[in-house]
Design a protein around this ligand. Structure first.
Ligand code: FES
Length: 287
């Protein structure tokens, strides 16, 4: 990593100490974000998105600006920025193309798409094309498995992709053509998307459907058959045969969970002898 953070002896840096300060307008907006939360430090995640929208990544001066505003150390901010994969320490291109290679997408063609794009773009994972347009990264499940294999462009869904359609997608993006998510919204740049994630809407949140047909099949089948979720309040009030069976099932689940925990521990553990507090012993309950 080339952009290391200098935290100084007490871990707290200055926004002006590494490559100058962020623009005053950005500093004002960073403070504006903190005002949305009862605890200012809760604002750190959207603040980092705003830094990315301005800097194209989380820079040292961005980290130090967040630290100064929140009254925490640069090391604490850097710890957050390096923990979550949506924060980037290396410059991201205009379009972040994330190929889901989690289990379902992988077997449905995600691995093949990723390999094709690596060859086509001549980049590796988490690398950007020479023209600065596309950053390719394999990503984890985006809860869109019903449309596998899925590709994300700046966190907008491209459903049911193939190696061919993915290749066409990145070509269109690099040529500056207007591209839409398969769910409707126009694809903006990565920096624009980061600004939205910072909490500054672009008024396109309602473009496209909230959920596609494949995601709603279960609901449709339930409606056709008149199926409904059990009403918890009514069950406990009536105490009928159905309620009794459900209560027994819940109780059995609880007992089984407790038994499984105890099975992994010695009899002395269960009765409060040595090792009865796995955390205090430096061990998890399942060890
Ligand atoms: S496995 Fe790809 S979206 Fe879930």
């Amino acid at each position: 990593m080339t952009d290391m953070v200098s935290t100084g002896s007490n871990g707290a840096g200055s926004a002006a100490s590494a490559g100058g300060s962020l623009p005053e307008e950005t500093m004002r907006e960073l403070r504006e974000i903190t005002a949305r939360y009862p605890q200012a430090r809760s604002a750190l995640l959207p603040m980092l998105h705003l830094v990315q929208s301005v800097e194209g990544r989380v820079t040292s001066r961005g980290i130090e600006a967040c630290a100064d505003i929140l009254g925490i150390s640069a090391a604490e901010v850097a710890g957050v920025a390096t923990f979550y994969t949506m924060y980037k320490r290396r410059p991201v291109g205009d379009y972040h193309v994330g190929v889901c290679t989690n289990t379902l997408c992988a077997v449905m063609g995600g691995d093949a798409i990723f390999e094709r794009l690596k060859d086509h773009l001549d980049v590796g994972n988490d690398e950007t094309t020479e023209d600065g347009k596309v950053t390719l990264e394999h990503v984890e499940c985006n809860a869109a498995c019903d449309y596998a294999p899925v590709v994300m462009v700046n966190w907008e869904f491209m459903d049911n992709m193939t190696p061919e359609s993915a290749t066409q997608l990145v070509d269109d993006l690099r040529e500056g053509k207007e591209v839409h998510s398969t769910r409707g919204p126009r694809i903006c740049t990565w920096r624009e998307a980061e600004r939205v994630l910072a909490g500054f809407p672009d008024d396109r949140a309602d473009e496209g459907p909230a959920a596609g047909p494949a995601s709603l099949v279960g609901l449709q089948i339930a409606r056709e058959n008149g199926w409904k979720a059990p009403e918890r309040g009514r069950r406990s009030a009536s105490g009928g045969a159905r309620g009794t069976a459900e209560a027994a099932a819940e109780s059995a689940d609880t007992r089984r969970a407790e038994a499984e925990t105890k099975l992994d521990r010695s009899p002395t553990d269960v009765e409060g002898g040595k090792g009865s507090n796995p955390e205090a012993d430096g061990k998890g309950a399942s060890e």
